[in-house]
Each structure stands twice: as structure tokens, then as C-alpha cells.
Design a protein around this ligand. Structure first.
Ligand code: ATP
Ligand code: MG
Length: 272
């Protein structure tokens, strides 16, 4: 409702304009809902496609192994098993990511006291088998270094941040098709914790920097969902933090995460 005083023939009156915004609100809500459904539909189609290709690879290799188990050399058997394992890892990844992406609960009630360095170390350890497979498949070496400073505890979600770090590590691995080095640094400033994920990969062209955090944006072809960074963005935002990218084409990329200390609180009760 908008009001303003008016004078009509010496009489002081108030002009009130009431607008019924419920119709507009409903239309906006419907639009958001249909956008979300569209996004979900696109994702379901993407995931179905993704899984079909993964299953075809697993099945094909398992069938070949079954037929040739007596005649194959152990090298060939190993090679096919490796493909099966690598493909299954990819499938697991997609499932994990879907779960986070479709999560509608935005609450921070499940936040607990966490040590970001410990989560970084876990992410490095848990990505190590797939990192090795990817590097071996391409015949390259990918080193990973950690330079972790002393950090205070933070309120947050261990599993969600683990997902962020895992995504950043795999993006780095995928950007280094000729091998290279990933360095993960952490430091505490006065009011915030900073994490840097640096790779020596192919970099991101300036024209794409604005789009990499969009859901479904990918440069990796139709078999890739393009959800990794959008999931990271949402999770860091929920921790009141920021994620930024700096990159030089051909040289490498650094993702910087900053999370303020002591601003996240589970349902507003506890503050570190
Ligand atoms: N470290 C990096 N180096 C170079 N390019 C990157 C890096 N990280 C992300 N990108 C670019 O940003 C795009 C989006 O990344 P994102 O993780 O969201 O999706 P994706 O890796 O393509 O697919 P998904 O993560 O779903 O498997 C990538 O396709 C790639 O072009
Ligand atoms: Mg990714």
C-alpha cells in the first residue's frame, strides 16, 4: 500500500493506493517452481544418460572378461578390471552429487565443530585411488602438496565441505591432462579462514569465468553434468563464505575459499 497526503479544494486528504500483489507473487512462485522442475528434468535426463553410458562400459568389459577369462593374459584382465573400477567410481560420484544438489533443506542445524585441515587431508586421501587411476590411464603424474597452517575450529558441515574439496581436486586433476601439481594451502586471518586450491592445469579462459559456477555448465562434453562448482558455491554460501577463481590460460587455476570465523551458528544458539 502506498499513501501520500493530498489537498483537494482545501481539504486535507490521504491518497492511498492499494495493490493486490498476491497475483504477481503467485506468478513468481510458479515461475520459480517451473524453473526448478525444468532444472530437475534436465538433471534427470543427464543422469540417466550418464548412467547408461557408465553401465554399458561396465557391462561390456565384464562380459568380455567372462568370455575370455581363460585365454586372456593377466595384463589384459587387469586393464579391463581397472576400467570397470574407474567407471564405478564415476557412477558413485554422480550419485553423491545428485543427493547434495537436490537437497532442499537449507538449514544449518547439522553444523558441528570442524577442523578444515583435517577435512582437506581426508579429501586428499579419499580421492587418491581415483586420482591414481586417472593419472595412470593418461600415463601422466599428478602430484598433490598440502601446506596447511594452524586453524581455529569452525562451525560447519564436514560432509558438505568434503564434497567441495573433492570437487575442486577432481576439477584440478581433469584440467591437467598432461600431468602437473595440485597445491592446497590454508591459513587463518583475523576474522576468516582462507583455503587455496591451485593447479598447474590448462586454466580457464576469461570469457568463461563468469559461467563456471552455473549449474549444468561444462566444457567436458555431453557425458558430464557440470554440477561440481554450482554445488560448491551453494555449500560455501551456506557457510557464510565466498568462493572465487583466478586463472591464467595455459598456466593454471586457483580457487580461493574464504569462510568467516564464528559467524555460522546452528539455529542461532551456539556461537564459536
Ligand atoms: N581447475 C580447473 N581448471 C580448468 N578449468 C576448470 C577448473 N575447474 C573448473 N573448470 C571449468 O569449469 C567448468 C565447470 O566445472 P564443474 O565442476 O561445475 O563441472 P564439470 O567438472 O564440467 O562437471 P562435473 O563436476 O559435474 O563432473 C568445467 O567444465 C571446466 O571448464
Ligand atoms: Mg567438476
Amino acid at each position: 500500500i502506498n499513501t501520500c497526503p493530498v489537498k483537494i479544494e482545501d481539504e486535507s486528504l490521504v491518497l492511498a493506493i492499494a495493490r493486490d500483489t498476491s497475483v504477481r507473487k503467485k506468478a513468481e512462485e510458479a515461475l520459480i517452481r517451473s524453473e526448478r522442475l525444468k532444472a530437475l528434468g534436465e538433471m534427470a535426463a543427464g543422469v540417466a544418460h550418464d548412467f547408461n553410458s557408465l553401465l554399458a562400459i561396465i557391462l561390456g568389459n565384464a562380459q568380455l572378461l567372462e568370455m575370455g577369462v581363460e585365454s586372456y593374459k593377466s595384463e589384459e584382465i587387469k586393464e579391463r578390471l581397472k576400467i570397470i573400477i574407474r567407471t564405478a567410481y564415476k557412477g558413485g560420484d554422480t550419485v553423491r552429487r545428485m543427493r547434495l544438489f537436490t537437497r532442499t533443506e537449507l538449514s544449518t542445524r547439522h553444523f558441528s565443530k570442524i577442523d578444515l585441515n583435517e577435512i582437506v587431508r581426508s579429501a586428499i586421501a579419499s580421492t587418491s585411488p581415483r586420482r591414481r587411476y586417472e593419472a595412470e590411464a593418461k600415463g601422466v603424474t599428478i602430484k598433490i602438496k598440502e601446506k596447511l597452517g594452524k586453524l581455529p575450529l569452525l562451525l560447519g558441515s564436514r560432509s558438505e565441505l568434503m564434497e567441495v574439496f573433492t570437487n575442486l581436486i577432481f576439477n584440478a586433476v581433469e584440467s591437467m591432462s598432461e600431468g602437473g601439481e595440485i597445491t592446497i594451502r590454508s591459513e587463518a586471518k583475523e576474522n576468516e579462514i582462507l583455503l587455496y586450491f591451485t593447479d598447474t592445469g590448462k586454466g580457464i579462459p576469461d570469457t568463461l569465468k563468469d559461467r563456471i559456477f552455473d549449474p549444468f555448465f561444462t566444457t567436458k562434453g555431453p557425458k558430464t553434468l557440470g554440477l561440481g562448482l554450482s554445488v560448491c558455491y551453494g555449500i560455501i554460501e551456506r557457510h557464510q563464505g565466498k568462493i572465487k577463481v583466478e586463472s591464467i590460460k595455459g598456466k593454471g587455476t586457483t580457487f580461493t575459499i574464504s569462510i568467516p570465523i564464528g559467524r555460522q551458528s546452528p539455529s542461532g544458539e551456539e556461537q564459536l
